[in-house]
Ligand binder design. Sequence first.
Ligand code: PLP
Length: 462
Amino acid sequence: MDGTYSQNDLSHVVEADKAHVWHHLVQHRGFDTKDPNIIVEGKGMRVWNQAGKEHLDAVSGAVWTVNVGYGRERIAKAVYDQLLRMNYFAGAAGSVPGALFAEKLIDKMPGLSRVYYCNSGSEANEKAFKMVRQIAHKRYGGKKHKILFRDRDYHGTTIGCLSAGGQEERNAQYGPFAPGFVRVPHCLEYRAADQGAPTQNYGEWAADQIEQVILREGPDTVGALCPEPVTAGGGVIVPPDDYWPKVQEICRKYDILLHIDEVVCGVGRTGTWFGYQHYGIEPDFVTMAKGVASGYAAIACCVTSERVFDLFRDDASDPMSYFRDISTFGGCTAGPAAAIENMAIIEEEGLLENTTTMGDYMLDQLQALADRHAVIGDVRGKGLFLGTELVEDRETRKPVAEAQAQAVTADCMAQGVIVGVTNRSVPGYNNTLCFSPALIATKDDIDQIVSAVDGALGRVFG
Ligand code: PLP
């Protein structure tokens, strides 16, 4: 640590935090006996807490965000310069970094052409949902308004996004939800038997399950399908290669817009700029947030095709025909200024290539770990986005108890390695360890992460 804060300063911070901060995603009773972890500094892959303890961060800021690592002076400087020159102007006005980042982003997304700025993954998804609803009104008399979402996928925290939420534990006690959102089955081959699926051609079977729901609801009532390309918090679920092309074929057959939620996968996490690009599909909407500026500023984007955009061009006969939406902080220039540098770092340092190489290496290492620990039932991943599902018995595939999976992450934490676990997402299935180190990870970093998990599994499961 650089000594900016004295131990007295940090003790005061802990007391102020305990007295006044309402932390995300946690039962506060835990802080009666244990201080919150205040992350004071970060550099590269590592962070330091109030006690000066160093941790290797295998989850990029807890939720798959800090793709280029901590302490990037170049991003901080670009944001500083931009804020002094012009920090904010909203509404119909544009900005220099907003235009330049949109140009760079679209260059990475063949087939898409328009970037709508906002601040969070939830908000980006809400924008797409609103566009789908407005298209339904403009073109189909309001009828083709339903939005399909998949079991186990998550799209955000607002009531609209929870209405499209496939994770029961995130939704419980927050209803009633918005009408017009319809659940379809997910695609997790390891658990195919639980779905009563055949052992052959699982991807095709899972896509067909979506078609069955479309036919049940009536294709003329379904406007869009919104999935995660690789499901994150629902269990790090990588679909078989033939799944997404088949899903796209079904969407096209029934004139259903495909909205891919890249809030986690977007901007390099899986080794391509976007997760959907592994599968050769062409979505109509792509939403993104976390990795867009690696957490150096709040920015999210809802990107659409020109076909979608054209539907909103002013129609003189209808004064309501344009997208009547605004995001106050979509006018803040810190986000696109940071995002330009973030993208430049990924390109100049070859981080997509590193993500693929290191992702393959980590997958191999985790598979090798499975040879030593029978509790590892499945290892899956794409790039530096990986998970291991822990089971009591490889035959029955019964998940370990949530508390046991959490004991593994607590043990890793004590060893100075921050590992994630699917938490409060799918009842009975909060048993997947999650790994998403920054895209700069080296073999040494990965060895340290895998060795910590090895030790933890040995201690927790014997
Ligand atoms: N979509 C996915 C796939 C996510 O994982 C998340 C958050 O974890 C969101 C959307 C919501 O993003 P935010 O928390 O920025 O609103």
